[in-house]
Design a protein around this ligand. Structure first.
Ligand code: CS2
Ligand code: MG
Length: 403
């Protein structure tokens, strides 16, 4: 019995907000879980403080599955990003505790390593094609085997995935949502030229990815996919909003480019049809937002039946705790595809010391017991929560659209 005696939520903002759950056991072993939901951080903090932590006290931290079921079925109001991020945080912390008590890194508890490391992809973005390709070349020089390309769109002042001049890309950029204009026509004219120039500059030995970020209709996505086929993208991500999973049948009828979906999913039910009908090639659900290691293993096991691979979300708005857990999961899961890597800032890495490492386009979780992640609470306390919203997008006629 590893009795849970207390737990607390740590909210910090070393350049951007992170929410971390720390669970303490009577044996003095503690575990950490990420509970960060970009733009809605305090909702998850409250869900944990007001509705989860009181129910954890006195429970056996070893009973990971039972606690997962208790928090999922016991909520009555199942699923949703806030609930599943809270469950994800508890789950990560319990796996951290179990690993520490066993003296093993979590990947060893998940079946051991299935590969030497996790291939990652980096983000190359720029105001125009030339800048984006320069950034992609820099990533290849750092050893990346896979690079995501996101370029500014001629005629649009701002677009998803492109940093403001001279800044790191951070989407949550305002105390109220900033608004940007979107034009599908202008965007659609810009992507194939980007990939054509990228292949000319980078050749064929590097994987190239692109994130449409939910902004096309299915038939537009089919057209874009068809235009990109000659450039062999590793994947085209979030081509269309995925509430209607059947919509992807239309995309599949028109293009063979690999599709990646799921960073906004929070349970297996969001991806079930996409996986079972092989409408996607990579499932992007991430450990923090999809109920932790326990649930993401179920999603990956279903995906494996249909030759769908993992491609976990790994933006900077997921804390280093999620990155640590994702690498333990990614090192072990049989149908691993790729792991997103947007490196955190030095300050964030100082707040969250960790055992994971990057080398030659691959990452490894390290062999520290548990998840191999810490939080420097004294340093974290210096950076108070700062409300920040994700942007919203409107069409040029003012119609609300998908950001
Ligand atoms: C993006 C994310 O990394 C990605 O693929 O879709 O950066 C996403 O925009 C952010 O995580 C939203 O907080
Ligand atoms: Mg994305």
């Amino acid at each position: 019995m590893a009795e849970i005696i207390s737990a607390r939520v740590i909210v910090t903002c070393p350049g951007r907000n992170f929410v971390t759950l720390r669970i303490e056991t009577r044996a003095g072993v503690y575990g950490l879980g990420d509970a960060t939901l970009n733009g809605r951080e305090l909702a998850v903090a409250s869900y944990l403080n007001d509705h989860v932590i009181p129910c954890l006290i006195g429970r056996d931290a070893h009973r990971i599955e039972d606690i997962w079921q208790y928090l999922y079925k016991g909520a009555y109001w199942r699923r949703g990003p806030v609930t599943m991020s809270a469950i994800g945080a508890v789950d990560m912390a319990l796996w951290d505790i179990k690993g520490k008590m066993a003296g093993l890194p979590v990947y060893q508890l998940l079946g051991g390593a299935s590969r030497e490391g996790c291939m990652v992809y980096g983000h190359a973005n720029g105001a125009d094609i030339e800048e984006t390709i320069e950034a992609a070349i820099a990533h290849v020089e750092q050893g990346y085997k896979a690079v995501r390309l996101q370029s500014g769109v001629p005629g649009l002042a701002a677009t998803y995935g492109v940093a403001k001049a001279g800044e790191r890309y951070e989407p949550a950029d305002g105390a109220l949502p900033t608004e940007s204009l979107w034009s599908t026509e202008k965007y659609m004219r810009s992507v194939a030229p980007l990939f054509e120039k990228a292949r000319e500059a980078l050749g064929w030995d590097v994987h190239l990815l692109h994130d449409v970020h939910h902004r096309l209709t299915p038939i537009e996505a089919g057209r874009l996919g068809r235009e990109l086929e000659p450039y062999r993208p590793f994947w085209v991500e979030d081509p269309t909003p995925a509430e209607n999973q059947a919509a992807f049948r239309l995309i599949r009828q028109h293009t063979n480019v690999p599709l990646a979906v799921g960073e906004v999913f929070n349970s297996i039910w969001d991806a079930k049809q996409l996986i079972e009908e092989q409408l996607i090639d990579y499932v992007r659900t991430t450990i923090v937002h999809a109920g932790g290691i326990t649930h993401i293993r179920r999603i990956a096991a279903l995906a494996d039946l249909y030759q769908v691979r993992t491609g976990c979300h790994g933006a900077t708005d997921l804390s280093p705790v999620t990155m640590a857990a994702a690498l333990h999961f990614g090192l072990s899961v049989p149908n691993f595809g790729i792991q997103e890597l947007m490196p955190h800032t030095e300050l964030t890495n100082t707040v969250f010391p960790h055992a994971y490492s990057y080398r030659h386009g691959m990452m490894h979780p390290g062999d520290a017991p548990g998840l191999g992640i810490e939080i420097d609470e004294e340093l974290a306390a210096k950076y108070e929560y700062t409300r920040a919203f994700l942007p919203v997008a409107r069409l040029e006629d003012g119609t609300m659209f998908n950001w």
